[in-house]
Design a protein around this ligand. Sequence first.
Ligand SMILES: C[S@@+](CC[C@H](N)C(=O)[O-])C[C@H]1O[C@@H](n2cnc3c(N)ncnc32)[C@H](O)[C@@H]1O
Length: 211
Amino acid sequence: MATRLFLHSTDPELTARMDPEVRRSIEQRQKTLKTALQSRLKRVPTITLEIGCGHGHFLTAYAERNPEEFCVGIDVNRRRVDRAVTKAERSQANNLWFLYAEAMEFLKFLPRTVKLGKIWILYPDPWPKKRHFKNRIIQEDFLGALAEVCRSSAHLHIKSDQAGFMEWTRELILASDEWRFCRGHAFPEGATTVFQTLTQGKAFEVTAKRT
Ligand SMILES: C[S@@+](CC[C@H](N)C(=O)[O-])C[C@H]1O[C@@H](n2cnc3c(N)ncnc32)[C@H](O)[C@@H]1O
């Protein structure tokens, strides 16, 4: 099932037309996110980010194997983030942080002292119908916003079971001035994610490098 659309607009015109109560709750959520990022990432120059981390299987295993990287997992589904937090608490890893956050808001409020070194996007919602393509996470704006907060050598790893979604992703990367394909880059094995299991491990993979 596709994720419910998440209201995150920071467009001032759209915001002005919103129900004041909705607007206040969005502003409050963004303020909380900004404060949390500033306080937790104060002394962290580079992070490994998983967007749409779900229950946290992948990133927990990854953080345990890569203690030198500070790993942050975000998701807009609170229930899944809660499960990921429990997993992190049970893990030995002290380089792991899961939080409830939407990707574009996270990128907007990430302190500019922090850069992304690696980004993982595993089995994102494919939104297979043409009229829903606009809801896909991989968009020109999104790739641009990611690139802005990345190290120059940053790697972006995307995995999906949907050929159409991956074709869309490849075309956007190809058209981008900020990302180029990283061919022959082995996709590191990690823990199996929930959606990887649901799709019986079917996977198309893309790795791109910040130019
Ligand atoms: C199909 S699930 C995959 C979850 C996990 N990566 C896996 O493989 O099991 C996609 C996840 O992305 C999250 N998501 C969708 N849009 C998002 C966004 N804009 N920012 C953060 N998370 C998002 C959803 O809540 C959902 O948990």
